[in-house]
Write a protein that binds this ligand. Structure first.
Ligand code: SF4
Length: 410
């Protein structure tokens, strides 16, 4: 019997906007976004990055449109891009109009930087005429000075009011194809701002921790903010803002959604034990080599690398495929069932080979093709390892004896 997957949260209802062919909000799969770091005027360089981002799993890519050369670049990029392109607009409303002319799928406007109501309404009118959505991208660091003063700083109320004011201006021209973000680099502020925003409006929300910095800190901050909200059912599209190759942002966004069960697995999910005194191999090295080799296959598969056969196959029984180290041998298992025993130096190779066969033939067929002698060999190897290492591979009994002696002395 197939088990019903555990759901992380019931998603809050939002209305839907279309970013090109990608639906955002209204129960659509949560999309992953990233932003190019090239000059948008460099058409080939920008397209190369967009293709790399699409291969890493992004659904939508944003490019800056800060000058006329960038808008002209967009006119060439948009028709050749595999994913919808959003133009990022800060100070110049004419750049927004130029980007619309270039055919972008959406605009991002920063209300803190583009402030004149007549210019904002002009852009909204043009977007409405072309059925192109706009994201109101409020940022704590560039909040409208008037709101900063009113709230004595960038508070959740200030960020949400900034978005609502812009929404009102859009409303004056009858434009409502709008997504909203209220990003901050301070994670608690970001979380509280989105919570308040989701209580205030049903427009789809774009989540992100702005200026999160380089990994691993940037990854941790972004995950803390985005995952907390997703686990509350808040958020329709996400972006990791890392000081790194944007492909890292794309991978992180994708992996977060897959880890939370919010998107189907598209690539590899490698799980590995942290290793301990029982292992006879360098688990970190084998896991990294396996990760690199298996990623190349682009298969939606969960693979386990376990440091020993004592606990490995059992603990990783949910994985599609795995390997556990025995005494100079690797025990290859599928869904926790031993299917082969291979020499230690062929562990990674065996994983790659089996992953390919699983992709071609399916799990059931590969289980049926298991080597019948493998279980006997694996059991013998496991028994020998247990005999060698005993039940107390980390020598905790010696430590416990020392503790007892110490506490008796005092
Ligand atoms: S007991 Fe085995 S599987 Fe568990 S951490 Fe130690 S080496 Fe890894």
């Amino acid at each position: 019997m197939t088990r019903k997957p555990v759901e992380v949260a019931k998603r809050r209802h939002t209305r839907q906007v279309m970013v090109g062919k990608v639906p955002v909000g209204g129960g659509a799969p949560i999309s992953v976004q990233s932003m190019t770091t090239t000059k948008t005027a460099d058409v080939e360089g920008t397209l190369a990055q967009i293709y790399a981002l699409a291969a890493a799993g992004v659904d939508i890519v944003r490019c800056t449109c800060n000058q006329i050369e960038a808008a002209e670049g967009l006119a060439q990029i948009v028709p050749r891009s595999p994913v919808p392109i959003v133009a990022d607009i800060h100070f110049h409303y004419k750049m927004a109009l130029a980007a619309l002319e270039a055919g972008v799928a959406a605009l991002r406007l920063n209300p803190g930087n583009l402030r004149k109501p007549n210019e904002i309404k002009l852009v909204a009118q043009e977007a409405k005429d072309r059925s192109v959505p706009i994201r109101i991208g409020v940022n704590a660091g560039s909040l409208h000075p008037e709101l900063y003063e009113k709230y004595n700083g960038a508070t959740p109320e200030a960020l949400v009011e900034s978005a609502m004011r812009e929404l009102e201006l859009f409303g004056e021209v009858g434009f409502d194809q709008v997504a909203i973000s209220v990003k901050a680099s301070n994670v608690p502020l970001m979380i509280e701002s989105y919570r308040l925003l989701s209580e205030t409006t049903d427009h789809p929300l774009h989540l992100g921790v702005t200026e999160a910095g380089p990994p691993p800190g940037g990854l941790i901050k972004s995950t803390a903010g985005i995952a907390t909200l997703l686990a509350e059912g808040i958020g329709d599209t996400i972006r990791y803002s890392l000081t790194a190759d944007p492909v890292e942002e794309a991978k992180a966004g994708r992996q977060l959604l897959e880890a939370l069960g919010l998107r189907e697995r598209k690539g590899l999910d490698l799980i590995a034990c942290p290793s301990c005194g029982r292992t006879e191999i360098d688990v970190i090295k084998v896991a990294s080599e396996a990760q690199a080799a298996l990623e190349e296959l682009h298969l939606p598969i969960q693979v386990a690398v376990m440091g020993c056969v004592v606990n490995g196959p059992g603990e990783a029984r949910e994985a599609d495929l795995g390997i556990a180290a025995g005494r100079h041998k690797g025990h290859l298992f599928i869904k926790g069932e031993i299917v082969a025993v291979v020499p230690e130096d062929e562990m990674v190779e065996a994983l790659v080979r089996e992953a390919q066969k699983i992709a071609e033939e399916g799990i059931e067929a590969r289980l049926a093709a298991a080597d019948p002698k493998a279980v006997i060999e694996a059991n013998k190897d496991r028994a020998e390892l247990l005999l060698d290492k005993g039940d107390d591979a980390n020598n905790s009994s010696v430590t416990i004896e020392k503790i007892r002696r110490k506490t008796k002395e005092s």
